[in-house]
Design a protein around this ligand. Structure first.
Ligand code: FAD
Length: 503
C-alpha cells in the first residue's frame, strides 16, 4: 500500500494497483471504445475503465429477451421504444444532469440508434484549425468503413411498419421536399427527407462494441475493467499520475507509466464531474466538491486549475401530433427544427456528486425560438393545404410562435460542449477547456475525448459525429507521442470568438 498524494481525509490510505499503463481511458462509451482500440494498435498498454457492466451478449450481458438467451434487449432494434422500462434494466446513469448510458457502450447501447452522418459543414468555423472537414474527412472514412450505419436496417431489405413514411413522404414531396439517402448524402440538409438512418448491422444494434471492441479484446496490451467508476484524476500540479477508482465499494489508485496519458471519455455529463473532483474547473464547483458528501480528496487549493468547464448545449424537441383522418392512428412527429445554435446553459455539481444544469440549455434565445417557430409554421402550412391528409391535433389557429410559447421542451439528449475545445486557453481567461489535441488546459497529460469536447452542436443527432471526432482525436493524441505525424493545431488564425458572449 502507498498513500495517494492527497489521501482521502476520512479513509486513510488508498491502495495502489500493482499494474500501470501507458494510457488509461475512462469510460467505455461511444468515444472511449474507439479511442482505446486505436491506442491498442500502437502497441502501448491500454486500460479501459467502465463504470457500468456488460451489455451485448458477447460482452457478458445477460438482460435477455424473453425468446432467446443469446440476445440481449440492447441488441434488438425493435425494443428501443420500451428499452428504458425493460425489466431488470440498469443501463442508465442515476447521477447525471440529463439522461445518459452508464453501461458498456454508453449512449450507443441505450440510444435511439438514429445515425446521422455529419455534413461537412458541421466541422466549420466553430472548430479550430486541424478540425476542419478536410482534416476530419479521412477519420470519418476510417470510422464509416467499420461502422457505416444504414437506411435499410432489416436483414431482408424490406421496410416494416411503414405508416409514417407512407403518409409523410407523400406530404413532403407534395410541398417540394426531396427524397435523399442521408447516409449517402450527408450534406443534403435543406427540405429533404430520408428513410431513417440507423446504427444497425445484421439486424442488430451496431456501435463500437461490435465494430471496434472485438479488435482490442484478447490483445496482450489491452485490459477492459467493468464496474469501475473513476472518481478523479490523481495529479501532482499539472501532471496526472493516475486515477482513483471505485469498484465494489473500494477505492484504489491506478497509475499511468512515466509519460503516460489519462483520457476522459466519460461523456459530456460525467467527464466534468471527474475534472471537478480533480480540482479542475470553476472554483465555485470545486468548492461544492470540497464541502460535499462524496469524500473526494481534492488536491491542495493552491494547485486547483481554474477552467470554464460547464458550458453546455443540447438540441431541443417540440412534439407535434397530426391525425390522418379518417384513418387512425395519428402520427406523432417530433420535430427538432431549431439548430439551437445560439442557446446554451451551464452544468455544475451537487454536494452529493450529481451533475446538474445550473442553467437550462433549452431554447434560451429569441433566435432559436424564431427558428423553431418558422419550422413548425412550415409543417402547419403543409397540413393546411387543400389536399393534405394531415390534421394538426391542436387549436385550428395555432401558429409556430404560439406552439413554441406553450409547448413542453423535450431534450434532444445530444449534450455537447461541457469541456469545449478551442484555442483560447481557459486558464488564461479564455473560454476553452481542451486544446485542439484534446488536452485539458493547465495539465500536461490529461485529455477529454467525448461529446463534451465538441466545439459546436451538430446539425443532426450526435452519435455519428461523436465517433467520427473520436477517430480524429485519437490520431492527434497518438501523433503527440510518436512524433511522426505533425498534426499541430490552434494557431492565431482561428476565428475563435468568445462563446461567453453567446450565453
Ligand atoms: C437515451 C438516449 C438516446 C439517444 N438517442 C440518440 C440517437 O438516436 N442518435 C444519436 O446519434 N445519438 C443519440 N443519443 C446521443 C448519443 O448516444 C451520445 O451523444 C453519445 O453516446 C455520446 O458519446 P460519448 O462518448 O460522449 O459518451 P457516452 O456514450 O455516454 O459514454 C460515456 C461512458 O463513460 C462511462 N462513464 C461515465 N462516468 C464514468 C466514470 N466516472 N468512470 C468510468 N466510466 C464512466 C459511462 O458508463 C459510458 O459508458 C442518445 C443518448 C441517450 C442517452
Amino acid at each position: 500500500q502507498r498513500t495517494s498524494p492527497y489521501t482521502d481525509p476520512g479513509n486513510g490510505a488508498v491502495p495502489l494497483s500493482n499494474s500501470t499503463y501507458d494510457y488509461i481511458v475512462v469510460g467505455g462509451g461511444a468515444s472511449g471504445i474507439i479511442t482505446a482500440q486505436r491506442l491498442v494498435e500502437t502497441g502501448k498498454t491500454v486500460l479501459l475503465l467502465e463504470r457500468g457492466g456488460p451489455s451485448y451478449f458477447f460482452t457478458g450481458g445477460d438482460l435477455f429477451v424473453p425468446w432467446n438467451d443469446t440476445v440481449t434487449a440492447y441488441e434488438v432494434p425493435g425494443i428501443i421504444e420500451w428499452l428504458s422500462s425493460f425489466p431488470g434494466m440498469d443501463g442508465y446513469c442515476n447521477d447525471t444532469a440529463q439522461v445518459a448510458g452508464c453501461i458498456l457502450g454508453g449512449g450507443t447501447t441505450v440510444n435511439g440508434m438514429g445515425f446521422i452522418r455529419p455534413p461537412s459543414f458541421d466541422f466549420g468555423e466553430m472548430w479550430p484549425q486541424g478540425w476542419q472537414w478536410t482534416d476530419v474527412e479521412p477519420s470519418a472514412a476510417r470510422f464509416y468503413e467499420r461502422n457505416p450505419g444504414t437506411t435499410s436496417p432489416s436483414a431482408d431489405g424490406k421496410y416494416y411498419d411503414n405508416a409514417v413514411w407512407d403518409v409523410m413522404s407523400k406530404e413532403l414531396s407534395a410541398v417540394g421536399w426531396k427524397q435523399v439517402d442521408t447516409n449517402d448524402e450527408p450534406d443534403e440538409k435543406f427540405q429533404i427527407y430520408s428513410y431513417p438512418a440507423t446504427n444497425v448491422a445484421n439486424g442488430r444494434r451496431s456501435g463500437p462494441i461490435s465494430t471496434y471492441l472485438p479488435l482490442a479484446m484478447g490483445k496482450e496490451n489491452f485490459k477492459l475493467q467493468l464496474h469501475t467508476k473513476v472518481i478523479q484524476a490523481v495529479r501532482q500540479n499539472s501532471t496526472i499520475t493516475g486515477v482513483e477508482v471505485e469498484g465494489q465499494g473500494q477505492r484504489m489508485i491506478i497509475n499511468v507509466n512515466q509519460g503516460g496519458k489519462v483520457i476522459l471519455a466519460a461523456g459530456a455529463m460525467s467527464s466534468p464531474r471527474i475534472l471537478f473532483n480533480s480540482g479542475i474547473g470553476p472554483t465555485e464547483q470545486i468548492d461544492i466538491v470540497k464541502s460535499g458528501t462524496t469524500q473526494v480528496a481534492l488536491p491542495p487549493e493552491n494547485s486547483w486549475i481554474n477552467l470554464p468547464i460547464g458550458f453546455v448545449r443540447d438540441h431541443v424537441m417540440i412534439e407535434l401530433t397530426f391525425n390522418t383522418p379518417p384513418k387512425k392512428p395519428s402520427i406523432s412527429s417530433t420535430k427538432d427544427p431549431a439548430y439551437s445554435h445560439t442557446s446554451s446553459g451551464t452544468l455544475g455539481i451537487t454536494p452529493e456528486g450529481n451533475t446538474v444544469f445550473t442553467e437550462s440549455p433549452y431554447l434560451r434565445t429569441d433566435t432559436d425560438k424564431e427558428a423553431m417557430a418558422l419550422a413548425i409554421d412550415e409543417f402547419l402550412a403543409m397540413s393546411r393545404r387543400a389536399n393534405s391528409t394531415l390534421q394538426y391535433n391542436g387549436p385550428a389557429n395555432a401558429t409556430g410562435a404560439s406552439i413554441v410559447a406553450s409547448s413542453r421542451l423535450n431534450p434532444g439528449v445530444h449534450m455537447t460542449g461541457t469541456t469545449i475545445m478551442g484555442t483560447d486557453d481557459g486558464t488564461k481567461n479564455g473560454t476553452s477547456v481542451v486544446d485542439p489535441n484534446c488536452k485539458v488546459y493547465g495539465t500536461d497529460n490529461s485529455f477529454v475525448v467525448d461529446a463534451g469536447m465538441h466545439a459546436d452542436l451538430p446539425t443532426g443527432n450526435t452519435q455519428a459525429i461523436v465517433m467520427v471526432a473520436a477517430e480524429h482525436a485519437v490520431q492527434r493524441i497518438i501523433a503527440l507521442d510518436d512524433g511522426k505525424t505533425k498534426l499541430t493545431g490552434g494557431d492565431s488564425t482561428y476565428r475563435g470568438y468568445s462563446r461567453r458572449l453567446r450565453i
